[in-house]
Design a protein around this ligand. Structure first.
Ligand SMILES: Cc1ncc(COP(=O)(O)O)c(C=O)c1O
Length: 389
């Protein structure tokens, strides 16, 4: 009765873990959460106020499919602050990066086309390709190239069926960025085969230190860029993001957006105008600094307990952690940790297959005290399980 496509989609293990965590919480137990991929902070106050004013002013009707011109101008100006000139015509506001992924898949892929993605990588990438009948093809990425593909991986994976690639920088679950040369070489390679390169920059702005580029658009202007108000701007539930496309793609993607979404959420768009005001930017930057501090505490604590963090992330709010020293596979590790010590982390299997048994993802979307308590519980777990730290 339901489509083959829908039955092909594997449910996330993390959702089952979250369900288990809620059961413990309903029994009055405290759970230390390291599984949630969204900032714990409330959306910044200036954005909340702007939303209230927008609703009072009656901004509740459809907008243009591309988004309100004021917001597209603000985004264009934001790119200026990142060192690139992007005409607001090339920016289309979407329903989160997820809306952007839907549009780009529909725009760029035909049935049976292959789309290169990475393993590990953001799990939904696979589904966006399948939704339009295309076939995702995973490139296995390794710690020795910071969990990002090289030109050689890329060219080996590219076949006659390949139309393009979807990469992320910084990526989920590893938080690592593509090196400038790798990005430039792969973009050249794709362009040389009349293919496309989509770069997911949803964690842009959440960098832990100086980064090789603020946006891939500084490396090459004809990339398809995905971004979102969800992460750096702290607006996950508002469902707002954007894409930047090359000039020739503006008309066809707008036509798709009109048909698939009519427009992005109107109150959310007016609220997001305030996200770029200095008052809100100061808050976003402070929160970014809080993530940097948390990353340091968690990473030091885990390494002290014998866990491997083969690559320090460049940004985002994740650590991709090697648990090999426990002698357990990551699925058992995650289930025993939640069941016996009420600590929730996500197994590698949610991000692909490559070395998935050895890795788990820790999200540090929780405050320093909770990170400290989580580390103490993990230490207690290792002692109880007889693992030498
Ligand atoms: C790499 C990556 N891309 C896209 C998304 C989708 O985000 P949203 O639709 O909230 O903008 C996420 C969400 O976690 C993500 O991690």
């Amino acid at each position: 009765m339901f489509s083959a496509r829908s039955s092909e989609i594997a449910p996330f293990v993390v959702m089952q873990l979250l369900q288990r965590a809620r059961e413990y919480e309903s029994q009055g137990k405290t759970v230390m959460h390291f599984e949630v991929g969204e900032p714990d902070f409330q959306t910044a106050e200036p954005i909340l106020q702007a939303a209230q004013s927008a609703i009072s002013a009656g901004h509740t009707k459809y907008t243009s499919a591309q988004g309100i011109p004021e917001l597209r101008d603000r985004i264009s100006h934001y790119y200026q602050t990142l060192g690139v000139a992007i005409d607001s015509e090339r920016i289309l506001v979407t329903s989160g990066a997820s809306g952007g992924l839907t549009l780009l898949s529909a725009l760029l892929l035909n049935p049976d086309d292959a789309l290169l993605i990475t393993d590990p990588g953001y799990p939904c990438n696979d589904v966006f390709a399948r939704l339009v009948g295309a076939r995702p093809k995973a490139i296995k990425v390794h710690a020795d190239n910071r969990f990002q593909p090289t030109l050689s991986d890329f060219s080996l994976a590219w076949t006659e069926k390949t139309r393009g690639a979807l990469l992320a920088s910084p990526g989920n679950p590893t938080g690592t960025m593509l090196a400038v040369e790798d990005l430039a070489q792969m973009a050249d390679f794709a362009a040389g085969r009349e293919g496309f390169l989509i770069l997911d920059e949803i964690y842009q702005g959440l960098n832990h230190g100086p980064v090789p580029y603020q946006t891939g658009l500084a490396v090459r202007d004809d990339l398809y860029i995905l971004n979102s108000f969800s992460k750096f701007f702290g607006m996950t539930g508002w469902r707002l993001g954007w894409v930047v496309v090359p000039p020739e793609a503006i008309a066809p993607i707008t036509k798709l957006a009109q048909n698939l979404f009519i427009s992005p959420s109107t109150p959310a768009q007016y609220a997001a105008l305030a996200a770029f005001d200095e008052e809100a930017m100061v808050i976003h930057r402070q929160r970014k600094e809080a993530f940097v501090q948390r990353a340091a505490l968690l990473s030091d604590g885990l390494q002290r307990l014998g866990f491997g963090i083969p690559v320090a992330p460049d940004g985002a709010f994740y650590l991709y952690v090697d648990i090999s020293h426990t002698g357990m596979n990551s699925m058992d590790f995650c289930w025993r940790l939640i069941d016996e010590f009420q600590v929730a982390v996500t197994p590698g299997a949610d991000f692909g297959e490559h070395h998935a048994d050895h890795y788990v993802r820790f999200a540090y979307t929780t405050h320093l005290d909770a990170i400290q308590s989580g580390l103490e519980r993990i230490e207690a777990a290792l002692i109880a399980w007889g693992i030498n730290t």
